[in-house]
Write a protein that binds this ligand. Structure first.
Ligand SMILES: O=C(O)[C@H]1O[C@H](OP(=O)(O)OP(=O)(O)OC[C@H]2O[C@@H](n3ccc(=O)[nH]c3=O)[C@H](O)[C@@H]2O)[C@H](O)[C@@H](O)[C@H]1O
Length: 409
C-alpha cells in the first residue's frame, strides 16, 4: 500500500514537473516571440523609439495662446499638405501622417513632405489601418483635433482597384475612429467626404439635405458609407464630427491623376487629351474649387468644431455632428477648363471628344454653399481663370519647364 502510494505519488509529481516544464517552455516561447516581434518592428518599422516620440511631441507643440494640436492624416497629400502648412503657420501644433502609397507619383508626396519638414511639421509614415500606431500617437499627444484626409481618391480608378477604396475609406476610417473613441480626451474630428455622394442627384445646386443614396461610383459609395459610419461613432461614443464634401479641388501641388493636371502634362508634351461628353453630346461640368478656398473652409471647420463629449470609449452626452459642402458654386464645363489651360500654357491642346464611359463619372456638380457660409463664414474668392493661372505657374516651376522642355518629366 505504502509502496503503491509512493509509486502513485512519484508518477503524479513527475506529471506535475512535466506540466511545469511545458508551461515554462510555452511562456518562454511566447515571450521570445513578442521579443522578436518588437525587435523586428524596432529595426524594420518606420515608427517607434524615443527619438521618434520626441519628433512627434515637438511637432505637436503649440506656439500661440489658446492654440490647438492637430493630427493631420494624408498630410503628404494635396489638401493635407496645404492644411498642415496653414495650421502650422498660425502657431498650432501639427503632426502629419501619411502612407506615401504609389497611387500617384510618390516623389510629389516626398516633395510636399520636405516642404512641411522645412516648416517643422513632422510626418509619421504609416497606415491608418495600423491600430497600434494610431493608439500610440493618441497616447503620446492629447490631440485636440484630428483632420482626417487620408483616403483612396479618384472616381474612375475605383473600377480598377475596388478593394483599395474599401481598405482606406472604410477600414482606415473605422480604425481611426476606434482609436479616437478610446482616447482620453477624445479629439474632435473633421474629415473629407466628397461631392460625389450626390451621385445621380439632379436638383441643382446640391444642398446638404439632398438625397445621397444613389452613388454612381464605388468611390462615392465609400464616402457615403463614411458619413454613415461617422454618424454612428458620434451617436454611440460622443465624438464631435464634421464631414466636408469637397468639390473637385485643384491648384498648386495638386493631384496628377486629376483632369486639369494630367491635361496640362499632355498639352505640354503635345499628346492628345480625351474630353468626355455626356448624353446628347452635352459638356460635362464641375464646380472646380481652388485649394486656398478649401483650406479656409477646413480651418474654419476645425475652429468651430465643438469638443467631443466622451472619454475612454464612453459617451458623455450628445456631440456635434455636421456636414458641409465646400464648393465654388460656379460650375465650369470641361472644354472651358481646357480653354483656360491652353491660354495659360500658350499651347493648343489636341482634343478628342469621346462619350463619357460608364465608369462612375457624373455629368455635373454644383454646390450650394449657404450652410458653410452661415456656419463657417466660408466664402470662396478664386475663379477658375485665376486658380489655373496659379496652378500653371507652379507646374512650370516644379517640373522645371524651360522653353517648353521639362527636366523632371
Ligand atoms: O469632387 C469630388 O468629390 C471629386 O473630385 C474629383 O473628381 P472629378 O470631379 O471626377 O475630377 P477629375 O478626375 O479631375 O475630372 C474632372 C472632369 O474631367 C473629366 N475628364 C476626366 C479625365 C479625362 O481624361 N477626361 C475628362 O473629360 C471628368 O469626366 C470630369 O468631368 C477628384 O478626383 C475626386 O477624388 C473627388 O474628390
Amino acid at each position: 500500500m505504502n509502496r503503491q502510494f509512493q509509486r502513485c505519488f512519484a508518477s503524479t509529481s513527475t506529471m506535475f514537473l512535466w506540466a511545469l516544464f511545458l508551461i515554462a517552455l510555452t511562456a518562454s516561447y511566447l515571450s521570445f516571440q513578442s521579443f522578436m516581434d518588437s525587435g523586428a518592428r524596432y529595426f524594420s518599422s518606420t515608427w517607434g523609439g524615443l527619438h521618434w516620440e520626441e519628433q512627434v511631441r515637438n511637432s505637436a507643440q503649440i506656439h500661440r495662446p489658446n492654440g490647438f494640436s492637430f493630427l493631420v492624416t494624408g498630410a503628404a497629400g494635396f489638401v493635407g499638405s496645404h492644411v498642415s502648412l496653414a495650421l502650422k503657420k498660425r502657431g498650432d501644433g501639427v503632426v502629419g501622417f501619411d502612407n506615401f502609397n504609389n497611387y500617384y507619383d510618390p516623389w510629389l508626396k516626398k516633395a510636399r513632405k520636405s516642404l512641411l519638414n522645412s516648416h517643422n511639421v513632422f510626418i509619421v509614415e504609416g497606415d491608418v489601418n495600423d491600430a497600434k500606431l494610431m493608439a500610440k500617437l493618441l497616447d503620446i499627444v492629447a490631440f485636440t483635433h484630428v483632420m482626417h484626409l487620408a483616403a483612396q481618391a479618384g472616381v474612375r480608378y475605383a473600377m480598377e482597384n475596388p478593394h483599395s477604396y474599401v481598405h482606406s475609406n472604410i477600414g482606415g476610417l473605422v480604425t481611426l475612429l476606434e482609436a479616437c473613441k478610446k482616447a482620453d480626451p477624445q479629439p474632435a474630428i473633421v474629415w473629407a467626404s466628397s461631392s460625389s455622394v450626390y451621385g445621380l442627384n439632379e436638383d441643382v445646386p446640391f444642398s446638404e439635405s439632398d438625397r445621397t443614396d444613389r452613388p454612381a461610383s464605388l468611390y462615392a459609395a465609400t464616402k457615403k458609407s463614411g458619413e454613415a459610419i461617422t454618424h454612428t461613432y458620434n451617436h454611440i461614443y460622443g465624438l464631435s464630427i464634421t464631414g466636408l464634401r469637397f468639390f473637385t479641388v485643384y491648384g498648386p501641388w495638386g493631384r496628377p491623376d486629376m483632369a486639369y493636371f494630367s491635361f496640362t502634362k499632355s498639352i505640354l508634351q503635345g499628346k492628345p487629351i480625351k474630353i468626355y461628353r455626356g448624353k446628347n453630346r452635352v459638356d460635362l461640368a464641375r464646380d472646380f474649387t481652388y485649394i486656398d478656398d478649401v483650406v479656409k473652409g477646413c480651418v474654419a471647420a476645425l475652429d468651430t468644431a465643438k469638443k467631443s463629449t466622451g472619454s475612454g470609449g464612453k459617451k458623455g452626452g450628445p456631440a456635434q455632428y455636421r456636414i458641409f459642402n465646400l464648393g465654388n458654386t460656379s460650375p465650369v464645363t470641361v472644354p472651358m477648363m481646357v480653354g483656360i489651360l491652353e491660354k495659360h500654357l500658350k499651347v493648343k491642346a489636341k482634343k478628342n471628344f469621346v462619350d463619357m464611359p460608364g465608369n462612375g463619372d457624373v455629368p455635373f456638380t454644383h454646390a450650394n454653399i449657404s450652410l458653410a457660409r452661415r456656419e463657417l463664414g466660408y466664402k470662396p474668392t478664386t475663379d477658375l481663370q485665376t486658380g489655373l493661372r496659379k496652378f500653371v505657374k507652379w507646374y512650370l516651376t516644379y517640373y522645371g519647364y524651360n522653353h517648353g522642355k521639362s527636366v523632371k518629366l
